[in-house]
Design a protein around this ligand. Sequence first.
Ligand SMILES: C[S@@+](CC[C@H](N)C(=O)[O-])C[C@H]1O[C@@H](n2cnc3c(N)ncnc32)[C@H](O)[C@@H]1O
Length: 256
Amino acid sequence: MDDLPEHVRRNRVQWDVWADEYVAPGERSWASDEPRWGIWGVPESELHLLPDDLAGKDAIELGCGTGYVSAWLARRGARVTGLDNSPRQLETARRLQAEHGLDFPLILGFAEQVPLPDASFDLVISEYGAAIWADPYQWIPEAARLLRPGGELIFLGNSVLLMLTVPDLEEDGPATDRLIRPQFGMHRFEWSDEDSVEFHLSHGDMIRLLVANGFDVTDLVEIRAPEGAQTRWTNISTPEWARDWPSEEVWKARKR
Ligand SMILES: C[S@@+](CC[C@H](N)C(=O)[O-])C[C@H]1O[C@@H](n2cnc3c(N)ncnc32)[C@H](O)[C@@H]1O
């Protein structure tokens, strides 16, 4: 533990505590054949985040948690590897693998330094894993290193607008219609009531980072909550807010 980077160590401790809360949602997502993305559960048939043909593709999920995104990829024929920084999240992932009769490698590690060879994957994916918990200035270069030329990077996390409008303290409620923190300089976020560290970049900084690491940006999907959608993340966004503004965004990029 002592040799881990400071934010990786803190996030490992925090995620091992939070892991219990992710068991039931993980079980539900493993049981669903159709991927449902993000806090609004938007179906894959509407978002089209995944490549059409995953059969025989090598894929890695960075920050796989309970492993349901990896399971969705494996069921579509991908040779998938899940990597996560929390031993307790991986315990749940292993149990669910056994219950669903799926077996793929699960690695304890962090997305900033992945113990796997260069150019060994066709797809790197993250849904609220590395996408928000790993330092983009370290994990985006790692994703570029892991991908083969033509390989795809797909990651989903909170939108920039949400990060500028959501109050620091949970008791102050979800995102508002006011900008409460600056966009310039956004990178590392720490909340007053949690001992965890998140990372979020402005769109300009993210585009520059991706391009500098050999990616062409192919899409930036701003997710609109479906009409009538509900979420357990009421501390982050109301459904009404997320009908007017995107609370989540998905970056898609291709390695040159
Ligand atoms: C919200 S979960 C993501 C998994 C799943 N898609 C979900 O939304 O429940 C976040 C995961 O990121 C992992 N994580 C945090 N920092 C990480 C890092 N630097 N590298 C890899 N995984 C990390 C945590 O351990 C946690 O399991």
